[in-house]
Write a protein that binds this ligand. Structure first.
Ligand code: ADP
Length: 267
C-alpha cells in the first residue's frame, strides 16, 4: 500500500501524475491519493473578492487563516474543481476513482482550533474565527471498503472536527496520518520542486537522502510551507512508515520516479 500526496502549487502536472498512477493501479498495486489545491484556491479567492490571508505562527509555520467564507471557497476548489478534475483524469485512464473529502465518512478527524496566534508587524496577535485543525484520527473503514471493492480513493481536506464542523487541515500531515493508519509501505509527497533543497530555490542543492531518525534536523532547510512536509515525513516515519519520498510532480512519471529513488528519500 502506497499513499501519494500531490500538492496544489503552480507547475504540478496532474495529467502526468494520473497517467502514472493509473498504470501502476492497473498493474495491481494498491494506492490512495491525497491532493491539495492551494494555488487554485488563492486564484479563485482573489477572483471572488475574498483574497487569502496567510498567517505565520510565533514558531514560524505559515497557514491559511480560514474564516467561514474562506472555508466555503476552499471546499469549492479542493472538493469540487481539484478533486473532480483528478477523478475525471483517472476515469479517462480506466481507473474507477472515488473522490471524497475528510468530512465524508469522517475519514479525517481532528480538533477544531478556533483561534490562531499570528505574528503581524512584529507583534503576536490572537485571531479568532479560524476553521482549522490537525488530523488526529483517521477512520480507515470506508477507505478499506473502497479499496477492497476495486475503487481508488482520492482524498482531500477539509477534515471533520469531533463536533462535525469542517476544518482546514494540512494535506501533507493528513497524508502522513493516513499512511500511518493504513500501515503504508511508502508515503510520497509530490510537489513542484525536485525534493528538499538545502539552499532553496537552487535545484542543484537537492538533499538525496535523510536518515529516518534524523528528519526533524532537516527542518532548518525548509522554509514556509515546506516545513509541513518535513514535519509530515517525521510523523509518518515515527508512525512506522518505512519510506517517505519528497518527489517532483512537474513532468514525466512522478510516482515511478519517486519510487525509484529520485527526489529526497527519508528512510
Ligand atoms: P504543495 O502545495 O505542492 O504541497 P507547498 O507549496 O505547500 O507544496 O510546498 C512546496 C513549496 O515549498 C515549494 O514550491 C517551495 O516554494 C517551498 N520551499 C521552501 N523551502 C524549500 C526547500 N528547502 N526545498 C524545497 N522547497 C522549499
Amino acid at each position: 500500500m502506497i499513499v501519494v500526496k500531490v500538492g496544489g502549487s503552480a507547475g504540478i502536472d496532474y495529467d502526468a501524475v494520473c497517467a502514472d498512477l493509473a498504470a501502476r493501479v492497473q498493474a495491481g498495486e494498491r494506492f490512495v491519493l491525497v491532493h491539495g489545491g492551494s494555488g487554485e484556491t488563492n486564484r479563485i479567492a482573489e477572483a471572488l473578492g475574498h483574497p487569502p490571508r496567510f498567517v505565520t505562527s510565533p514558531s514560524g509555520y505559515t497557514s491559511r487563516f480560514t474564516d467561514r467564507q474562506t472555508l466555503e471557497i476552499f471546499e469549492m476548489v479542493y472538493c469540487g474543481k481539484m478533486n473532480k478534475g483528478i477523478v475525471e483524469r483517472l476515469q479517462r485512464h480506466g481507473v474507477n476513482a472515488v473522490g471524497l473529502s475528510g468530512l465524508d465518512g469522517r475519514i479525517f478527524e481532528g480538533r477544531h482550533k478556533d483561534s490562531v496566534r499570528a505574528v503581524e508587524n512584529g507583534k503576536v496577535k490572537v485571531l479568532r474565527g479560524d476553521h482549522t485543525g490537525t488530523v488526529e484520527r483517521v477512520n480507515t473503514h470506508l477507505i478499506e471498503l473502497l479499496l477492497d471493492s476495486g475503487y481508488l480513493p482520492v482524498l482531500t481536506p477539509p477534515a471533520a472536527s469531533y463536533e462535525g464542523v469542517a476544518i482546514n487541515v494540512d494535506g501533507d500531515r493528513a497524508a502522513a496520518a493516513l499512511a500511518t493508519a493504513l500501515h503504508a509501505d511508502a508515503l510520497l509527497l509530490l510537489s513542484n520542486v525536485p525534493g528538499l533543497l538545502r539552499a532553496y530555490p537552487d535545484e542543484r542543492s537537492l538533499i538525496p537522502r535523510i536518515p529516518a531518525h534524523d528528519v526533524e534536523a532537516y527542518l532548518e532547510f525548509a522554509q514556509d510551507r515546506m516545513k509541513k512536509k518535513v514535519l509530515g515525513a517525521a510523523e509518518a516515519v515515527a508512525g512506522g512508515v518505512r519510506r517517505v519520498i519528497f518527489g517532483d510532480a512537474r513532468a514525466g512519471q512522478p510516482i515511478s520516479a519517486a519510487l525509484a529513488g529520485q527526489g529526497t528519500v527519508v528512510e
